[in-house]
Design a protein around this ligand. Structure first.
Ligand code: HEC
Length: 279
């Protein structure tokens, strides 16, 4: 099952339905049942669980449970495909947590945060996928709400000529209901495409990368920011992120954004593309 937003979003729904009572909304092990169990729940956000165990281990535990613990098996209740989606979601949770080190400034020549893949249809009916940009273009992924992001979208529109000269693709993804229903109208005014089909899954999966070192946002269900922008480099790695409500100024100074894109363009890093599957 590729590590993509459809699988992750389906995994999230299943996790909320079956797993939250023990593992907690964000996988930290603090669900309402957690204190009544005979074994201690792991914090699924932190790394050891996703680096020391294989996706096959996870699949096995989710299917058949863990012996001598309260972790139940779901082979009878949840289909095979859905169980793989849960494996992806658990990885998406912990990769999202890993992304908290991202800031509006890239760290030159350091790429390791692997974003979820996605396919999409644009307002002009073109379709594509994140992987299509690999090897030739960086991507500025703009996750926006309406009307909250109105000024920013206008600013990007004005800046677009200069942005496209820097060989970057801009992709706008509606994140709230109003943005999604008005997307065709909003996009008609824009020099860059907006996503119609696939938008809610992209927005939900990238919202897992909303945490910052100053705002870990791990209490309860957490809160998705209205607006987030991600810079994904030519090799397919997430390199920088601006969340206006948390980072404040950041890329509202559009020159700061140009600088980052410039740095990415001048890099000549040889790293393998992120794998399509979790390992
Ligand atoms: C009744 C409580 C309970 C429910 C419901 C539950 N789990 Fe667990 N889970 C546990 C406990 C307890 C452990 C830790 C077992 C141990 O190592 O002692 C665990 C461990 C795990 C692990 C292994 C983590 C690691 O790296 O050690 C994964 C993955 C996991 N659960 C996923 C799920 C998923 C996905 C669901 C829902 C489909 C789920 N669990 C539902 C109690 C639960």
């Amino acid at each position: 099952m590729p590590f993509d937003v459809i699988s992750i979003t389906n995994g999230a729904a299943l996790f909320n339905q079956h797993c939250v009572e023990c593992h907690g909304y964000q996988g930290m092990g603090n669900g309402i049942k957690s204190r009544t169990l005979s074994t201690k729940l792991p914090d699924l956000l932190i790394e050891p669980h996703t680096t020391e165990h294989t996706p096959g281990d996870f699949y096995n535990w989710i299917s058949y449970g863990m012996v001598n613990t309260d972790m139940p098996g779901y082979a009878e209740k949840i289909s095979e495909e859905d169980r793989w989606d849960l494996v992806n979601y658990v990885h998406a949770l912990s990769r999202g947590y890993q992304a908290r080190i991202l800031t509006p400034e890239i760290i030159p020549n350091k790429a390791y945060v692997k974003p979820p893949f996605f396919s999409y249809t644009e307002n002009n009916s073109n379709s594509g996928s994140l992987q299509d940009f690999r090897g030739h273009k960086a991507v500025l992924l703009v996750i926006f709400s309406w009307p909250q992001s109105q000024d920013r979208i206008e600013q990007l529109k004005q800046a677009y000529d200069r942005l496209s000269e820097q060989n970057i693709a801009v992709l706008a993804v509606p994140a709230n209901e109003l943005a999604a229903t008005e997307v065709t109208q909003i996009a008609a005014e824009l020099p860059f495409p907006a996503v119609t089909q696939g938008a809610s899954e992209i927005a939900a999966s990238y919202a897992l990368s909303r945490r910052t070192l100053t705002h870990p946002d791990i209490i309860g269900k957490g809160k998705n920011p209205d607006h987030m922008e991600f810079l994904i480099d030519r090799n397919g790695y997430m390199r920088a992120r601006w969340i206006p409500s948390i980072d404040q100024t950041g890329w509202s100074d559009i020159d700061k954004l140009y600088q980052q894109i410039n740095l990415l363009n001048r890099e000549n890093m040889k790293v393998p593309y992120p794998e399509d599957f979790v390992r």
